[in-house]
Design a protein around this ligand. Structure first.
Ligand SMILES: [Zn+2]
Length: 462
């Protein structure tokens, strides 16, 4: 059955619903857990290993999800003075994000219930996962995405043949649309925020962490709608109920400075009205999180905390994790590491054990490339600057000859190519040549200087 987390009202699982009709609280699935001491995990590794702790399903759609590595991040831990840091690497799922667990479960459940079509509103990962699993199971997947979505995730949805529809500026609009669509059409509701079974699927991440390491003291998860941090908390809590562990971790929820409605709610601050949609961490860009009550419950019950990090901190953490540990995380998951950098040695003691959830792959987002591009623009040099412009710039400082120019350009092209550029610049009257010491020197003409100034002007505008 489903139970409201705030008033305790109980509902049958069918029809699936996500919020309490009496108080509006989030509903969660209540499992019939075996008695303490009677549960033992056995069988193959992977998501379906935990089937008996999930809501009952007959079908088991799979692409090999779960059983993701828990890396001991020694080099990264050292930079923060931490004793034990682990990265739960969910990039290693079939479509490179933790949502594959939910997609495996929901497609199985949809087939059990006789559905042929799924609908989901998504910031990217959920849509990519569902599209893949729907393809695997022969179902149709309708994905409603906001205007700005990570390009890699969109590519996945297209490749897996989802029916994609753009819906609003932020995922909040898409979620409203998906709720209406499911009602109108009778399609299976696979939106993570509207289907309480998603939490059940994602709680298996915690089972794996405990099987791989034991119970950590701190677990850090980024928050969009708020369901994911609760999924992990629920998983840990159940292991304690099953008598498989005595302790529980403290849960830390992270949002970006530009969009932090859950953190504001927890701190009882007034959330700013609109979210800044230019944040890099698109996966957690949610203006009105439907599952904020779940996230707050996880943080309060576990005596955890919530905080924000800036876009700059996220990018720095993303590059650091990649450089030191060989794990390329998407910005939303790098936010967890950025948060840890702030907390280590302060709220988190140096001898603590910490797990950061790496939700998805950096290959799905384009933020690193965008950041590099911006940096080069700011310096006034780089990929966007043409070779001819560089040649004019060098010559505007001092006349010189072809071989020296080639060296100053960094020897990244043939010398013949440099002469070709010089000839073309001369044809346009931008440079002239003269002989000196038996060498052919080049000089910028007045016209050349004007063109160069115009280039700089344009660059300032870019
Ligand atoms: Zn209620």
């Amino acid at each position: 059955m489903l139970r409201c987390i705030s008033c305790g009202s109980e509902y049958a699982i069918y029809p699936l619903q996500s919020t309490c009709q009496k108080c509006g609280g989030s509903l969660e699935f209540v499992a019939n857990l075996p008695k303490a001491g009677q549960m033992k995990f056995s069988g193959a590794q992977g998501f379906w290993r935990y089937k008996q702790l999930l809501p009952p399903v007959k079908h088991m759609v799979s692409l090999g999800e779960g059983a993701t590595p828990l890396h001991k991040a020694e080099r990264l831990a050292k930079t923060m003075g931490l004793k034990e840091l682990y990265l739960k690497d969910e990039t290693r799922n079939p479509t490179n994000s933790y949502r594959d667990r939910a997609a495996a479960f929901l497609t199985s459940h949809a087939i059990d219930q006789g559905f042929e079509t799924l609908v989901c509103a998504t910031n990217g990962n959920m849509g990519a996962s569902l599209a893949a699993y729907a393809a695997r199971a022969g179902l149709i997947c309708h994905a409603l995405v906001p205007k700005v979505v990570d390009v890699g995730k969109l590519a996945q949805m297209i490749a897996y043949d989802a029916v994609i529809e753009e819906s609003g500026d932020m995922v909040d609009d898409a979620i409203r649309k998906a709720a209406e669509l499911a009602k109108e059409t009778g399609w299976y509701q696979a939106t993570a925020e509207l289907n309480p079974l998603v939490v059940e699927a994602q709680k298996t991440i915690s089972y794996e962490i405990v099987e791989q390491f034991g119970m950590p003291e701190w677990v850090i998860v980024s928050m969009g709608s708020g369901g994911s941090i609760y999924s992990l908390w629920k998983g840990f809590r159940e292991l304690k109920q099953l008598g498989l562990t005595n302790s529980l971790p403290q849960m830390i929820g992270v949002q970006t400075e530009g969009c932090a409605p859950i953190v504001s709610k927890l701190k009882e601050e007034k959330a700013s009205k609109s979210c800044n949609s230019s944040t890099r961490a698109l996966a957690i860009l949610v203006g009105e999180p439907l599952q904020s009550d779940l996230a707050i419950k996880a943080i309060q019950e576990s005596k955890g905390l919530a905080l924000t990090v800036s876009d700059g901190e996220i990018l720095a953490a993303e590059l650091l994790v990649a450089k030191l540990e060989g794990v390329f995380a998407e910005p939303a998951s790098s936010a967890a590491v950025a948060a840890l950098q702030k907390l280590a040695g302060n709220q988190i003691a140096n001898d603590s054990s910490v797990v950061c959830l790496i939700t998805g792959s950096g290959l799905k987002a384009t933020d690193v490339l965008q950041a590099l591009n911006k940096k080069q623009k700011a310096a006034g040099l780089g990929l966007a600057v043409s070779t001819k412009q560089k040649i004019l710039k060098i010559l505007s400082e001092k006349d010189t000859y072809g071989y020296d120019l080639w060296k100053q350009l960094g020897q990244i092209m043939t010398r013949a190519a440099v002469y070709q550029h010089l000839n073309e610049l001369a044809d346009r009257g931008l440079v002239v040549s003269y002989e000196e010491d038996g060498k052919k020197f080049f000089r910028v003409t007045e016209r050349g200087r004007k063109v160069l100034a115009a280039f700089d002007e344009i660059h300032l505008l870019m």
